[in-house]
Write a protein that binds this ligand. Sequence first.
Ligand code: SF4
Length: 460
Amino acid sequence: MTITKPLRTWGEFKKAVAKFSEEFYHCKEKYENCIRWEGGDGAFEAIPNALDCKVFHMAGEPYTGTLVNRRPDLAVEFQNEVKKFGFPEDMCAYMRTHWGSILADKFVTANGNEYDGYPLPDFYWQTHACCSHARWFDVASKLIQSKKGANVPVYVVDVNVGPINPRQKRINPEKVDYIFNQLVNGIKWLEDTTGYQISDKKLIGNINNEIESTRLWAEIMMYQQNIPAPLDEKMIFPLFTLAVQARTDRICVDLYRKLLKEIKQRVEEGIPADPNEKFRIISDAQPPWMNLDLYKEIRKYGALFIGSLYTFSIIGAWEFVNGKMVPRRRPEEAWGVDLDSWESALKVLTEWHLKTISMGPATCMFNPPSTRADTLSAIADQWNADAIIVHLNRGCEGLSLGLVETTRLLKKRGYNVFEYEGNCADPLDFDYDGTLNRLFSYLETRGLTPIIERGRSIVR
Ligand code: SF4
């Protein structure tokens, strides 16, 4: 019988992600001249990370997602702080957790270490796509002002340029220019605010790293088409978190190259994520981070989450060739443009980033439900999924927009779809046992039965 093996690179990923958050917390004690900034995972991080000094940054979504997963006890405490302050529970759950962390004046690293005193950022740098993005850091700045009396300036880039269909080869130049001009103003703002200059060399290097990290991620996810899959989605989450947090860093490129080599080898040697894989599932967006055991429990039925629109495409760069999703070619090859000056590199980044992170296939702020259904159907077909499981996520109004309509379309097209309601980051707003029971019943309606070996469940 084929057996699975642990990933050799696993520990390196865990260490790298933890190091970023520890360094973010401790950098001001260690370095006299350094910058510490925060923003969202869709921020154009290549730019502030090119300031000519040591730069440390933390993205709000991976900070809170990891926090909720590692320390659900603190996530509950933070949610309660926010509620006490008067913010309603139907706002973005990542945002509320982040605000709660500021209000409780506590910081939690990716390892789950808890520190007293929320670290003061030098500035917030953010993009605005969903209705919460800009206000998230505007309010964070006001909370810091009221708690610590410090002024943390905020710069937001509006990326709301209307629909961007993932099948579209290029983005209209006027849309790119609208964002490019804000980024050029942002460079001046960063230099005036911090007193440091943007280094052209660092900027071009960061942009190249972002392009490579996101291309490599798509290449790694291509191997998930293999039956059996080399990874299950519970393993994918910590691997993809590195690029969500640090895609412009050389460490990310190097680790993804190493991971790609390992995954290729796993597939060649027939090493599966789960030797009992019988039923392949694609999901749509963020999971309930506090209850990832859900992903382990369904393996009792031989069912396996092999990926999602979210993990494939938030930091994966794709293009459609002959109706198939393939890793996007480098801009020099695909678009005939070079990254030989800061202007050309920044223009490339604007378009690349829009098509990937800030307005890519996983976002649905402007594309109609049919576009999202098209991408989900393409993934389900190409990755040989038996079902699509949709998380009706009350914690993210951004990625849940039009989700019910998307689900209806998928069902009409004949896909097996299971929906559950939950929350990506509020442990008080998810019925884990009830969801698991419904999910087990669904799997039984698909003809699956629990796999029992030697009188006990196979799941370790
Ligand atoms: S897209 Fe979702 S998770 Fe991101 S800021 Fe908007 S509501 Fe929050």
